[in-house]
Structures are given as structure tokens and as C-alpha cells.
Design a protein around this ligand. Structure first.
Ligand SMILES: [Mn+2]
Length: 307
């Protein structure tokens, strides 16, 4: 029997406030144009598109005290946290249409708070080329999209680490990072110090994606809320050119499908971010269409009836 999914709410967050290239602000509309709502509705899922959140414009300024646009980043993440929490409390699954990856701070802070309120265990799967564990001391750029994991773990400005009141929102042990292949020099020291569980591309090459996913999902049970933070730059740029920070050597199409299908098999996904899609850099929206294809797999699309 096909698995049934909770009702889904799209929350569009049209900003590139934490990014190093302009254009991720157009991501929500590109995902809509690629047919994301229709694809999920076609699988029998109740989809409500809540439209786009509003927030400050991108002033495109250099860093101040190690951060670019910190006030604007806080404003967007605060609005997103409130919107996500509202959907979670209504029993719906928030699907955040980004926007750049700094928005995971608001999205995951809401999920962490909801899990504390409902007594659920939280596991975050971070699909990305980058570890996103920079701090203001070590960041080469000041772009906050390179810092969300550190902020969620309590390393960062109070306005972000305490977005949900309690800090840290997450413990490093709740996160599994998959597809990582670009970590800044000082960031390497930080992820080691904080013992982040990182399945980098070398490890994926050595043991294979199936074993990687089995390990990353180990311990996920009926009491677990699984949050998937899908940075589109996770994918190999050969199949997904529409992102600002391409890094060669990412998962290919089949590996990415396997990741999504194994997550779907758990039946525990409770929230999702789709971030860093940059239509300005894309080729006829093919990266958005690929993202939609992969998200369908996250929601249980498979070639055969498997159960
Ligand atoms: Mn990222």
C-alpha cells in the first residue's frame, strides 16, 4: 500500500540575504513553475501553498563584524520560524521553498522547538556540498548561508542562536551531513572539535551510498521527526548547474535518487527545506525540474511497488 503523508504546506522564502550570489530569491517561483505542487498533489498529498513570506530587501553590503546583512538575516529567519511553527502545530508538514541556506536557522529552530513541545526525537539530514559550520571568526566571506549549522548548534550571534528562545536549538549529534566536499580551512577544525557526523564524498565513494544512508538513518524510529535540509548544491553540478556555489564531484542522479528513496522508506520525514536553487544561473529551469523529481522520491515515488 502506498504510504500516506501528512498534509503539506509550502512556505516560500524569496531571499538571497545570506548568499554570495544574487538569485536564490527567485527559487520559490522556479520550483512552482517546475510543478512541485502538482507533482505532490498527483501522489495524493494534500498540498497548500501558503505563498511567499515578506522581508527586507538585500542591500548587498560587505561584512560588518564578520557577518553580511545580519539584521536582515534575523528578520527573514524570525518570520520563517513563526510560519513553520504555525504549520507544525496545525499538524502539517512545512516545506520551505528557499531562498538561501541561512534560512535553515529559522526552519530548523521551529522544528526543534516543536519536537521539544511534543516529546519527539529530532534527526536532521543535511544534504549539501558544504558543512555550513562557519562562524564570524573563521568565515572567509561573512555570508551567513555558510553558518547555519554552527548557529543551530549555538555558535553564532545571539540573535540567531536564540531565535527560538532556547540555545542551542540542536546538538551536533542530531545532525548527519551527506555529500560534503568543500569545507573551509578553519571550519575543518570546528567540525572536528564539535564532532559533526559528516559523510563526505570520499566516504561515499569508499563505502557506497546505500551503506552511508543506512548509517545516517540508523536509530530513526516511530518517535523520530526527520528534518531534511536539501541544499541543491548537494547534487553534482553536471546535473544541477542552477546553484551559486557549485562544487564538482557530487552525487550523481542515481545516488541522489537512492538518498531520497531511503529517506522516504523510513516514513518519518516531518519537514523539508529546498534551498540554494538559483534560477539566474540555471539552464531552462532544469535544476528546478530535477529538484521536483527528487522531492517526488522523498514523498515515496518509486519505480515499483516495493511493499
Ligand atoms: Mn548549504
Amino acid at each position: 500500500m502506498p504510504r500516506s503523508y501528512p498534509p503539506v504546506s509550502f512556505i516560500g522564502v524569496p531571499t538571497d540575504i545570506g548568499a554570495g550570489h544574487r538569485g536564490a530569491s527567485l527559487g520559490p517561483e522556479a520550483l512552482r513553475i517546475a510543478g512541485l505542487a502538482e507533482a505532490l498533489a498527483g501522489r495524493g498529498i494534500d498540498v497548500r501553498d501558503c505563498g511567499n513570506l515578506a522581508g527586507p530587501a538585500n542591500p548587498w553590503l560587505p561584512p560588518e563584524a564578520g557577518y553580511r546583512h545580519l539584521d536582515q538575516v534575523v528578520a527573514w529567519n524570525g518570520a520563517l520560524m513563526e510560519a513553520s511553527l504555525r504549520e507544525l502545530r496545525a499538524g502539517r508538514m512545512p516545506v520551505m521553498l528557499g531562498g538561501d541556506h541561512c534560512l535553515a536557522i529559522g526552519s530548523i529552530t521551529a522544528v526543534a522547538r516543536h519536537c521539544r513541545e511534543t516529546g519527539k526525537k529530532l534527526r536532521v539530514l543535511w544534504l549539501d556540498a558544504h558543512a555550513d559550520f562557519n562562524t564570524s571568526d573563521v568565515t572567509p566571506s561573512g555570508n551567513v548561508h555558510g553558518m547555519p549549522v554552527a548557529c543551530l548548534c549555538g555558535l553564532g550571534p545571539e540573535a540567531l542562536t536564540r531565535l527560538g528562545g532556547e540555545a542551542p536549538a540542536l546538538q551536533p549529534g542530531q545532525i548527519r551531513q551527506i555529500g560534503i566536499r568543500s569545507v573551509d580551512p578553519e571550519e575543518k577544525r570546528l567540525v572536528k572539535q564539535h564532532r559533526l557526523d559528516i559523510y563526505d564524498m570520499r566516504y561515499i565513494d569508499e563505502v557506497g551510498m546505500k551503506r552511508v544512508m543506512a548509517q545516517a538513518l540508523d536509530g530513526v524510529d516511530a518517535d523520530t521527526h526527520l528534518h531534511v535540509s536539501f541544499d541543491v548544491d548537494f547534487l553534482d553540478p553536471g546535473i544541477a548547474p542552477g546553484v551559486g556555489t557549485t562544487v564538482p564531484g557530487g552525487p550523481n542522479y542515481r545516488e541522489a535518487q537512492l538518498v531520497m528513496e531511503m529517506i522516504a522508506d523510513t516514513g518519518r520525514m516531518g519537514s523539508l527545506d529546498i534551498v540554494e536553487l538559483n534560477p539566474v544561473l540555471d539552464d531552462h529551469n532544469i535544476t528546478a525540474e530535477l529538484a521536483v523529481d527528487l522531492v517526488e522520491s522523498l514523498f515515496g515515488k518509486s519505480t515499483l511497488m516495493r511493499d
